[in-house]
Design a protein around this ligand. Structure first.
Ligand code: 0X9
Ligand code: ZN
Length: 425
């Protein structure tokens, strides 16, 4: 059969449209660890991220950056490395390959059942949540946080075995690509309801749990369907064609202060046009504020770096008045996790002292504006081997660490009198 010129053109158009419609590919994108020692080096490296398609920041700490670099920009990257005398260490050679392995494992596993051998989609998580809610009606209750920009419902589950328990709020997957966070949150929910282990039963039954497995629902769906590396929300900007805001810079607490967020809509840490501009953040702020008297602890799940981060994020100049306690509680988590056979080590300290100044984040807002005096960001595994694309085989080990860590953290809170009732029954 001979194809006429016109059919070839039609075929090409179909391929092109289909191609454009498929997920974004990261063929031969590498991820590098870059050790820097001065701010001029850091600034020159960070300047590269203005070219969003070619350079993306994965992680930053006091002396190290992790940067994803596209194959077309290798030459430019090498030039900057030479100029800055910064040493680079390539830890992921091909991001696309990792993404494909991640989904490959998903399809090979038994896909008919919800579980923790692969990463689940929002639809699967919600279906499972419905099943859990109807299987345990006595001790679970759904709560609705609100609607997202794309009008999805942000759902949460309350688990309560006793009235008057101290309250622990868990916010998860505020950053879309951090899939290990919702996988861990759902695993914890399952343990709290089904485990027969004495320690887990006591943890589950002596606290009231408010868990939002996926806060950034639009971003999460987008990260599954279009761009595995998506971080932000999906609300368009009035002043730019770039989409989305960093939801963890959008809370109304020291918003945009001290360079703790970017005012450039194309940046990964764009704080938004104003605080609470993102419907997801406005909704969770209102919901948490409405139950704040019932909350003793706020935990915001993130990845990656293996850290427990306490306030403040907006400044390094000051420390919160209970900073010593916050460090002691964080140490309890880190010690408990380290003692497990995996031997995973966590560091801790304030956001601004361990990482960078970052304002308008959940844990700062909860601490500063809602008087929740135990408030952390937990950055799960790893420390820069797979980064955001943590293979599904690590979901359960990570979740076990979270469980043991949280249990130790709450024991220490109890010891330091942070779990007292804040309201009258
Ligand atoms: O930068 C962030 O938002 C978090 N790191 S991540 O790699 N997951 O993006 C750290 C957040 C620290 N907490 C606050 N800024 N309050
Ligand atoms: Zn995050």
């Amino acid at each position: 059969m001979q194809l006429s010129g016109i059919s070839i053109i039609i075929l090409l158009c179909v391929v092109l449209v289909r191609g454009l419609d498929g997920p974004i590919r990261y063929d031969n994108y590498g991820v590098y660890k870059l050790k820097y020692s001065s701010s001029w080096q850091r600034n020159l490296l960070l300047k590269l991220t203005e070219e969003h398609d070619n350079f993306r920041l994965w992680h930053e700490s006091k002396d190290e950056l992790h940067m994803m670099v596209g194959p077309k920009a290798i030459w430019k990257f090498q030039q900057v490395l030479q100029k800055t005398h910064v040493k680079s260490d390539l830890f992921i050679k091909n991001v696309q390959e990792l993404i494909e392995n991640e989904t490959d494992i998903s399809t090979r596993a038994d896909t008919s059942e919800f579980g923790w051998t692969r990463y689940n989609t929002l639809e699967e998580i919600e279906k499972w949540l419905d099943e859990i809610l109807s299987a345990y009606p006595e001790v679970t209750e759904e709560f609705i946080v609100g609607q997202s920009y794309e009008n999805r419902t942000i759902r949460g589950i309350k688990i309560s075995y006793n009235t008057g328990n101290p309250g622990v709020f868990i916010e998860s997957n505020i950053h879309a690509r951090e899939w290990i966070t919702s996988a861990t949150a759902t695993w914890l929910i399952n343990q709290f309801l089904t485990s027969e282990d004495e320690m887990i039963r006591s943890l589950a039954e002596n606290h009231d749990w408010y868990i939002v497995p996926v806060l950034n629902v639009d971003g999460f769906v987008y990260s599954h369907e279009k761009d595995r590396m998506w971080r932000k929300t999906r609300q368009p900007s009035d002043k730019s064609s770039c989409i989305g805001v960093d939801p963890n810079r959008n809370f109304d607490s020291h918003w945009m202060e001290n360079g703790g967020a970017s005012d450039e809509p194309c940046d990964e840490t764009y704080g938004g046009p104003y605080a609470n501009s993102e419907p997801e953040i406005k909704a969770i702020s209102e919901y948490v504020a409405s139950i704040k008297d019932k909350l003793n602890v706020m935990l915001a799940f993130h990845s990656y770096s293996q850290l427990l981060l306490s306030p403040y994020g907006h400044t390094e100049e000051e420390e919160p008045e209970n900073y010593d306690d916050l460090n002691e509680v964080a140490k309890a988590y880190a010690d408990a996790v380290l003692a497990l056979p995996y031997g995973t080590s966590y560091n801790y300290g304030s956001v601004a002292s361990v990482l960078y100044v970052a304002s308008g984040g959940t844990n700062d807002w909860a601490y500063n504006e809602q008087n929740i005096s135990i408030s952390y960001t937990i950055e799960f595994r790893d420390q820069g081997k797979y980064g955001f694309i943590l293979p599904p085989a690590y979901i359960v080990p990570n979740a076990e660490e979270a469980l043991i860590g949280i249990s130790a953290l709450l024991d220490k809170c109890q010891e330091l009198n942070y779990l007292e009732l804040k309201y009258t029954l």
